[in-house]
Design a protein around this ligand. Structure first.
Ligand code: SAM
Length: 290
């Protein structure tokens, strides 16, 4: 198709034709490397049975690839200036619906219901980096039926999502992601694969949603409060971190008892605990409240 994007010349042509001005505040860095685009599509494992949600289609480069691989594509774009461009670049693809909205305000569960009969959807995106965490956590926490999420993010963020205990990248984001999904870094992507070049490295990560989390926790809310308390004060012991948290109201003695019951040293730091240990600790402390 001569309308096919995915290379620097075509992208520049479109940008000039519409006198499009990149908006930094929307995290606009458009992909111009066909190999990277193909890698993303392959990693998402798309079939014609799938409905894909694309966050931030830009000028529609990846949207074209998605439309060819999936059954249906819903693309949500915040920048009104891109809507006429998408009208041209996607005119040959009848299975694409573009929605001009802020993804953080869209009821995605309703979209999945409306366009996919409530069956699990796939999310694919070259994300606007400034809202990576709210987008990913929003998708997990709002009970949207999801099969997998395959996204371009800042390299350091991908590393944090995949990190395990005892590493410098391990933190609240690692645990939150790994509670819901299995992360896998598909590829590292250098700045020269985008226009304009971002000033950070990027990586494609696939998050395969668990049907059932690998850990059993009665109150996920309490577990995430414990996780936040531990990592807000990373250099402190777990005991002090939990004591100092404004979100928690356990006594010093209760916290000490819970850590003892967990079977770890009283001087352990939160960053040494596995997801399973945070879940067990949450269950122990939940019992204390009853
Ligand atoms: N998918 C395109 C590509 O790969 O070339 C563009 C990716 S660019 C990194 C991020 C896109 O997300 C931009 O088109 C930007 O306008 C859009 N965006 C930024 N914030 C958004 C939001 N809150 N809701 C929806 N789209 C947003």
């Amino acid at each position: 198709m001569d309308n096919k994007l995915g290379n620097p010349q075509k992208t520049i042509e479109i940008i000039q034709k519409y006198e499009f001005a990149f908006q930094k505040k929307f995290g606009q860095n458009f992909l111009i490397d066909p190999h990277v685009l193909e890698k993303i599509i392959r990693a998402a494992g798309l079939t014609k049975e799938d409905m894909v949600l694309e966050i931030g289609p830009g000028i529609g480069t990846m949207t074209q690839y998605l439309a060819e691989a999936a059954g249906k594509v819903i693309a949500v774009e915040i920048d009104t200036n891109l809507i006429p461009i998408l009208g041209e670049t996607l005119k040959d693809y009848s299975n694409v619906t573009v929605i001009n909205e802020d993804i953080l305000k869209v009821d995605i569960k309703k979209l999945a219901e409306e366009y996919n009969g409530g069956r699990p959807i796939k999310v694919v995106a070259n994300l606007p980096y400034y809202i990576t965490t709210p987008i990913i956590m929003g998708l997990f926490e709002s009970q949207v039926p999801i099969d997998n999420i395959t996204v371009m993010v800042q390299k350091e963020v991908a590393e944090r999502m995949q990190a395990g205990p005892g590493t410098k990248d391990y933190g609240a984001l690692s645990l939150a992601v790994q509670y819901y999904a299995e992360p896998y870094i598909v590829a590292n992507v250098p700045p020269n694969c985008f226009i304009p070049r971002p000033n950070v490295g990027s990586a494609v990560i696939r998050l395969t949603r668990y049907e059932e989390s690998p850990v059993q926790v009665v109150s996920p809310k309490l577990m995430f409060q414990l996780i936040r308390a531990s990592f807000n004060q990373r250099r402190k012991t777990l005991q002090n971190g939990l004591n100092n948290s404004p979100e928690l109201s356990f006594s010093k003695e209760e916290i000490a008892r819970a850590i003892e019951q967990l079977g770890v040293s009283p001087t352990v730091r939160g960053e040494a605990l596995t997801l399973k240990q945070f879940a067990d600790l949450a269950n122990i402390m939940d019992n204390m409240q009853k």
